[in-house]
Design a protein around this ligand. Structure first.
Ligand code: NAD
Ligand code: TYD
Length: 359
């Protein structure tokens, strides 16, 4: 297939799972801000520690948007939502998403990512008109040596509880499509960065530690390599797959921006020094080598040639422009940062939603 100007699918009534998280909220913001989008988005989110409704507060009163506090493991609740809202497209972001947490507590990952996805698929099974897009990660492919890149047909070789649970969820989606005839697409993306990322992940953690003079913990020798993509580029790629992707197919998404963690940190330090007027050496002095992550994957690299060739997608942001936007966002949103660091947004979530049933 080649990129076509007319969309194959016209998603109008979307159910987004995990839309209060980092990437889901960027996806929803991008859709609702697009003058060409005339649809409605229902956001089903359990509001775990990573789910922050403040990420979409500007749309709280928008009639095109509805937040439903609920769990993907609630099959009848999800089914009712699909029927009541006449959903035509489901975009599945909801997950436990942090490798370090998966090492400390793997069963939460199995519950949400494996059982949660299977339950969601069961809820969708009775809705043959619906298209299901599954958002996944390049980590399912394992770890690379110094050359090569993951392709869509690279065999799975997950090595952390997080990546194994995501790999299992990918298999479930494909199995449900094959067995029950569901219309599905899958995308596997590299490391995202950008505004509103929870500061447990490398980039926001390092940035916020820098600003408050705390150590910058570099795991192992700092030479692990990741490919980095600005979150809005990921959101746009998912929309491209939703509208133009071939049902049953998988698309790799990446930024063609491979860096060691040390190199990324040096770039982040340079941008932060520039935007704050503080010295690079002040930040560099905070760099601290700490014991390595257990089972730490050495290198990820993604061949995203297929989505570029077949769907006409390409990243719009370079690492330089994306990093500048990201640092500027964190610097200009101290209230978001304070809420997340103090956990106070959790109190707000409890106050707002404690009396509401899942659907
Ligand atoms: P995140 O941790 O920021 O957000 C996850 C969201 O899911 C939160 O809003 C949370 O409240 C919600 N959630 C968790 N369990 C739920 C449940 N049982 N029911 C309903 N909602 C639930 O994650 P993210 O970084 O935005 O990642 C989104 C998706 O993209 C994940 O599936 C992840 O595997 C995938 N992905 C992430 C990256 C990355 O770099 N962050 C890269 C590739 C793919
Ligand atoms: P992370 O953001 O957790 O994403 P992932 O493990 O899914 O790729 O980590 C990115 C890289 O940064 C990874 O190689 C681990 C490393 N890292 C650190 O060196 N220090 C840190 O404090 C964190 C959170 C990550």
């Amino acid at each position: 297939m080649t990129a076509s100007s007319s969309a194959l699918r016209h998603p109008e009534r979307l159910l987004v799972t995990g839309g209060c998280g980092f990437i889901g909220s960027a996806f929803i913001q991008q859709r609702l801000a697009d003058p060409g989008f005339a649809g409605r988005i229902v956001n089903l989110d359990a509001l775990t520690y990573a789910g922050n409704p403040a990420n979409l507060s500007q749309y709280a009163e928008d009639p095109r948007y509805r937040l439903v506090v609920g769990n993907i493991e609630d099959q009848s609740g999800v089914h009712k939502l699909l029927v009541d809202e006449r959903i035509d497209t489901l975009v599945h972001f909801a997950a436990e998403s942090h490798v370090d947490r998966s090492i400390l507590g793997p069963l939460d990952f199995v519950r949400t990512n494996v059982l949660g996805t299977a339950t969601l698929l069961e809820a969708v099974r009775s809705q043959p008109q619906l298209h299901f897009h599954h958002v996944s990660t390049d980590e399912v492919f394992g770890s690379l040596a110094s050359t090569g890149a993951f392709r869509e047909d690279t065999p799975y070789d997950p090595r952390s509880p997080y990546s194994a649970s995501k790999a299992a969820s990918d298999h479930l989606v494909r199995a449900w499509a094959h067995t029950y005839g569901l219309s599905v697409t899958v995308s596997n993306c590299s490391n995202n960065y950008g505004p509103r990322q929870f500061p447990e992940k490398l980039l926001p953690l390092m940035l916020l530690n820098m600003l408050s003079g705390k150590p910058l913990p570099v795991y192992g020798d700092g030479l692990n390599i990741r490919d980095w993509l600005y979150v809005d580029d990921h959101a746009e790629a998912i929309w491209r797959v939703l509208t133009h992707g071939v049902a049953g197919e998988t698309y790799n998404i990446g930024g063609r921006a491979e860096l060691t963690n040390l190199e990324l940190l040096r770039r982040l330090i340079a941008v932060t020094a520039e935007q704050t007027g503080r010295s690079k050496s002040e930040f560099e002095a905070l760099m601290t080598f700490v014991p390595d992550r257990a089972g730490h994957d050495r290198r990820y690299a993604i061949d995203c040639g297929r989505i570029e060739r077949e769907l006409g997608w390409a990243p719009r942001f370079t690492l330089e422009s994306g990093l500048a936007l990201t640092v500027a966002w964190y610097l200009s949103h101290p209230e978001w940062v304070a809420g997340v660091l103090s956990g106070s947004y959790r109190d707000w979530v409890k106050l707002q939603y404690s009396d509401k049933s899942p659907t």
